[in-house]
Design a binder for this molecule. Structure first.
Ligand code: 5CA
Ligand code: ZN
Length: 468
């Protein structure tokens, strides 16, 4: 197990995020702390999606004939589908699939729902569990067989431009989401041989985990009219003609939580952005016999004030050594710790520890401004986490001018290698063969330069990395 992998497993257990001992491979239990992080991350995403999408909920089971309708799609998923074959003791006359994703659950209904051009665009999403019988090595939150938090959006448009525009909108929406969480990413267009089964093209978000491997944390697919033809989803134009729709879909998974934990965490444990921290502030009273009640009263008063102002706060008045409490809240990633003793109250001071920098400072306490002051610090933590993560990320993207160069970088420094590429599939596969890692995708067009492998004119800048 790599050092990071060991750290990751330990922290999931110690911080009570996920229990991996459930007796089915690739299926895990969300524990209370993990569930809260998940809940707040979902809240952020829902706020973004709800601006112009509507939430729906489809059944888990998909009839075999619907799943099989779209040939390319089913081919892509056939080895990963779990099947329900019986109802009790009775064999079902039609097998039912546990959704690996919901195109084939939703699109037969879209066929019924879409009538007129006035119904479009239609932008729907659901947050559900999906099941994939992954054959690659499973890892908690990163590669699971029950994706417990699959956020899938599906949109329908009258024309190709509408779908293409929506791909851009979705990229912007996900970029904002990852920005709130301080997760750095690159967006690339996946090579054709690596696109979503049934898509015209796939745009993917990748981040870097501390072990130097990239993690695909989201994808946006332009489905063109493939599924519209398969499921005969049509609308009536203003002129009374019937036309097939254009579609997109995009999704995120439990990997969002994996990247928050992996990217911001440090040797003392979790470091949580305030937006998803179960507790944003923890108050630890420093108690001695003398004045203990005064300190507790003050801490309670402060706690209630923070709570009334929407800050998630916890007062840790357990009868434990302060050091033990500090260790625990650091490990759990609480962004801000306030330590308050009798002397501090008398001097109108509090001691404040920032989890992101571990800086301790003594802070002037003023009843009138304490909320604004703390919110300012919390925002500062959010910003700083994002800045630190992006700095690290950017320094881990290195240009290569030859394949040997790429090999050296991948061996020594890991991370992402950028290079000029002709865009040709056979050349791309050759590159992957030689460097033994995947081409993530192409990031931007280039107008000069030669392909790193075959020497023909390069079309774009592409990225190579060892992936999860
Ligand atoms: N229907 C489309 C859009 S929702 C779809 O299924 N796309 S996907 O296959 O690319 O999955 C969306 C995202 O889920 C991926 O970008 C990846 O971040 C995540 N994901 C895929 N498989 C797993 C898995 N086994 N465990 C955790 N996350 C996964
Ligand atoms: Zn080439």
């Amino acid at each position: 197990m790599s050092e990071f992998s060991e750290w990751f497993h330990n922290i999931l257990e110690e911080a009570q995020i996920i229990d991996t001992r459930y007796p089915i491979k690739g299926m895990h239990v969300w524990q209370p702390q993990g569930f809260k992080i998940r809940k707040y991350a979902l809240k952020l995403l829902r706020e973004l999606l709800d601006e112009d999408h509507e939430e729906v909920l489809f059944p888990l089971l998909i009839p075999e004939d619907e799943l099989a309708k779209e040939a390319i799609h089913v081919k892509g998923f056939e080895e990963e589908v779990y099947w329900v074959t019986h109802g009790g003791l009775t064999p079902l006359n039609k097998k039912l699939a546990l959704r690996p994703t919901s195109e084939t659950a939703m699109y037969p209904m879209f066929n019924l729902w879409v009538r007129s051009h006035t119904d479009l665009p239609m932008k729907l999403y659901q947050i559900v569990n999906t099941f994939r019988y992954e054959t690659k090595h499973t890892r908690p939150l990163i590669r699971v067989r029950e994706i417990t938090t699959f956020k899938e959006a599906h949109t329908i448009h009258v024309d190709y431009e509408g779908a293409q525009k929506q791909v851009e909108n979705a990229i912007e929406l996900y970029s904002n989401f990852f920005d709130y969480l301080g997760i750095p990413f690159v967006v690339t267009r996946r090579p054709d041989w690596d696109k979503f089964p049934g898509a015209d093209y796939t745009m993917a978000f990748d981040t870097l985990m501390p072990d130097g491997k990239t993690l695909q944390i989201g994808t946006v697919h332009n489905l063109g009219q493939t599924f519209a033809h398969t499921f005969d989803i049509t609308y009536e134009t203003a002129e009374g003609e019937h036309e097939h729709v254009y579609q997109t879909c995009y999704g995120l998974s439990d990997r969002v939580i994996a990247s928050i934990i992996g990217i911001h965490g440090d040797s003392s444990g979790l470091v949580l952005p305030p937006s998803v921290a179960p507790y944003q502030v923890v108050i630890v009273p420093v108690l001695f016999k003398k004045g203990a009640q005064t300190v507790l009263d003050f801490c309670n008063h402060l706690k209630n004030m923070l709570k009334d102002n929407g800050i998630r706060v916890h007062l840790d008045d357990r009868d434990l050594r302060a050091g033990k409490k500090y260790y625990e809240w650091e490990m759990r990633g609480v962004p801000l710790r306030l330590e308050i003793g009798l002397r501090d109250i008398e001097n109108k001071k509090i001691v404040l520890l920032r989890r992101d920098t571990m800086d301790k400072e003594t802070f002037d306490y003023q009843e009138e401004t304490i909320i604004t002051d703390l919110n300012k610090i919390l925002n500062g933590i959010t910003q700083n986490l994002k800045t630190m993560a992006w700095e690290k990320f950017n320094s881990d993207i290195r240009p290569a001018t030859s394949l040997q160069d790429a090999l050296d970088i991948l061996k020594e420094d890991k991370g992402i290698v950028s290079f000029d590429w002709c865009g040709d599939e056979s050349c791309g596969r050759e590159i992957e063969e030689i460097v033994k890692v995947d081409i993530l995708g192409v990031s931007e067009e280039v107008h000069e330069g030669k392909c790193i492998n075959c020497g023909s004119p390069a079309k774009s800048r592409a990225l190579l990395a060892k992936t999860y």
